[in-house]
Design a protein around this ligand. Sequence first.
Ligand code: F0G
Length: 460
Amino acid sequence: LIIMELPFAESYKIKMVEPLRKSTREEREQWIKEADYNLFQLKSDQVYIDCLTDSGTGAMSDRQWAAMMMGDESYAGSSSFFQLKETITRITGFEYVIPTHQGRAAENVLFSHLVTAGAVVPGNSHFDTTKGHIESRKAFAVDCTVDEAKDTQLEVPFKGNVDPKKLEKVLAEKAELVPFIIVTVTNNTAGGQPVSMQNLREVRAIADKYGKRVIFDSARFVENAYFIRTREEGYADKTIKEICKEMFSYADGMTMSSKKDGLVNMGGFIATRHEDWYEGAKRFCIPFEGFLTYGGMNGRDMAALAVGLDENTELETIETRIRQVQYLAAKLDEYGIPYQRPVGGHAIFVDADRVLDQIPKEEFPAQTLAIELYIEAGVRGCEIGYILADRDPVTRENRFGGLDLLRLCIARRVYTNNHMDVIAAALKNVYDRRHEITRGVKIVWETELMRHFTVKLERL
Ligand code: F0G
């Protein structure tokens, strides 16, 4: 008698569904042309499976919806705020909490206090809004990510790490210009790659040596904790909450986009252990976001966020999430499609330079691949590459130094593994005819910062 081991399955069942709309290739060719070949300009009903982002696109649980009904909409002193604050303090150890309407608002409020012209902010691949909030203040974001992150085929467990040597060099040369170090967990731009606990400890030690503080850009901190649990020695028996607590013990504060690992559709916050940062940020929260006990959020949204943070920091929830992304990655392995390895937490990052190796950088291979995948099956991905990198603020040249990736984000608790099969098959079809795709796109209109949202393109 052979007893079958039960397969892994989702830690939830489904109570509400939302219909999807399929379209024809002809329709999609027309729509993407009308959108100036920019996938941000498509209407959502022109999309079959939406992998544009995992930000604010997840499904809430019944407990979160129940919490919404209990939201306290008082302008000042909302009980939902105190519920949220208690949850954040319990998970992170940070005592001071300022809600904001999303992650970039947290950056705006905190950086208004901390970043001045000429400042230097080292970190691991600053996210584009983070970089935007630094550069728009005439300061400089210095990327100290490990070099391993640049080789998509290299299989190392913590490709999101800060290179301690690069960080130390910045501090040794420019310490007086550095207001703080920022570590993004997980490292979205490098492919949703995690940062090890060991690395967080090293960053802390360097920061202490130079008397500097550390901020975690924490949008996907739970995914990071899951990777520490599964990949780093000594953490296999710890709970996700214990790992999160240790991670944050190496930081002075955090900016958070709750739209990712908070399991809500809108929201963000700043949390810190330092009263002076709280006092400084407060001055910008009130004019930019709102009073301190709501700062840009509804009471009901704060209530749902408190439940979401608690839910997502349970092993079953985060394991279900990561295993779905790994399921899709295994399909791509089957088809031989190159992506940033090993797969990260929230998305597959297809190495477009390798897939469309006939297309010159100047014609934006990853954007071209995104367009092809959309036309193939209505799957919407997003370029994380040369267009997103913007131009160098000084030379105004395109920045071709980084990777050119097509990101396929997986929304939390939204699609089934059958949808993953569709994404993989569509990508395989494009991959199999890659040699026929010889020309890319050219930019016909762009903005100075964060151009990828509104850029207009023409097919060559
Ligand atoms: N930090 C990281 C690491 C992010 O990935 C994002 C958003 C932000 C900050 C800003 O947060 O959107 O709430 O203002 N990333 C989304 C994405 C937009 O698609 O990766 P926000």
